[in-house]
Design a protein around this ligand. Structure first.
Ligand SMILES: [Zn+2]
Ligand SMILES: [Zn+2]
Ligand SMILES: [Zn+2]
Length: 325
């Protein structure tokens, strides 16, 4: 994330702020233009009052570039759901911002927002099927229980995951959408992805079943960014894509605060133009330091992953897919 200034007084403001803490000016963010001066609520996203969305209205319905991708919002008559929705959208906005800056398509052939998100809670009836988080043909469903810290921590524990965040979910699930949009129907692109991720035509359901039954291969950490990535080439791709986004947005933020070498570019697209080997080298140095800082503070590990050469090669393939080169 970049650093931003209040358009009224110049004091530093942060991406999620709805008002400048120095002068009180109401803030409205427009992707690509930063924070704009706003008068009398002009141009606010229609969800501003409900969930504290601080983005500018863009659609005919008065929704911002991020909110217009949400097709289903949680049942707001259920206590706590308004807060869960707000937390999910707050995690989604930086993800949409990055996709916008990287010039990835955010509309389908008919000009409709794509991908679309359905944010749903489990039905209340006993025995009713649970809402599964996942991607299906451009639609990303998220179980809103993930917005509860205790629930997410329990799942992280039971699934043996070292890192589980809402932002990570959004980055992972949009990856499945972009595989479909950028690679399917493009034989050359599919060939180069298969060369690093393997053949995705192997039975997906059977592969996932085997993963949950037998666990990952013993040497998964040499070849995959996470144990789950070893389940199927699609999951390897989605996990790897998510980490490319973690690195790009993490490095953009670190660069803005002077935590990485000053010869690194400031803007996300310029960062994405650097070879993955270079990005991974800077990221490794930064994450070793931040892991130690977090440990000193008693926090969880900042980045509990190892970028082995095969993983960096996969990340390079994702980077090239994003750039279209
Ligand atoms: Zn101000
Ligand atoms: Zn909005
Ligand atoms: Zn997935």
């Amino acid at each position: 994330m970049r650093r931003f200034d209040c358009p009224s007084c110049g004091h530093e403001v942060f991406f999620a702020n709805t008002a400048c803490l120095n002068c009180g000016t109401a803030l409205v963010y427009a992707p690509g233009r930063g924070f704009l001066p706003s008068t009398d609520g002009d141009g606010f996203c229609a969800n501003r009052a409900a969930i504290g969305c601080n983005w500018a209205a863009e659609s005919a319905e008065g929704l911002c570039l991020s909110c217009q991708h949400t097709q289903v919002v949680p049942d707001l008559t259920v206590p706590g759901n308004a807060e869960r929705w707000a937390r999910l959208e707050a995690a989604k906005r930086p993800v949409i911002r990055a996709l916008h800056h990287l010039r990835l398509p955010l509309a389908d052939a008919q000009g409709q927002p794509a991908p679309v998100f359905k944010l749903k809670g489990d039905p209340l009836g006993a025995g009713a099927p649970k809402v599964m988080t996942g991607h299906d043909n451009g639609t990303i469903t998220l179980n809103i229980a993930e917005a509860d810290d205790a629930e997410r921590a329990a799942l992280r524990e039971s699934l043996g995951e070292p890192y589980r965040t809402l932002t990570g979910h959004f980055r992972h699930e949009v990856a499945h959408h972009y595989w479909q949009v950028l690679a399917e129907g493009n034989p050359a692109q599919l060939d180069s992805l298969r060369a690093v991720f393997g053949d995705e035509r192997q039975d997906y359901a059977a592969a996932l079943e085997a993963h949950y039954r037998d666990g990952p291969p013993a040497d998964w950490a040499s070849h995959f960014i996470s144990a789950y990535a070893s389940a199927h080439p699609w999951e390897d791709f989605a996990e790897t894509w998510a980490h490319v986004m973690h690195l790009l947005e993490g490095l953009e933020t670190a660069r803005a605060f002077g935590l990485v070498p000053g010869d690194l570019p400031l803007d996300l697209p310029d960062l994405a133009a650097l070879p993955m080997a270079r990005l991974a080298e800077v990221w490794a140095a930064l994450s070793v330091a931040l892991n130690a800082v977090n440990q000193a503070m008693g926090h969880e590990t900042f980045y509990p992953f190892v970028l082995t050469p095969p993983v960096v090669a996969k990340m390079e393939a994702v980077r090239r897919l994003i750039l279209g080169t």
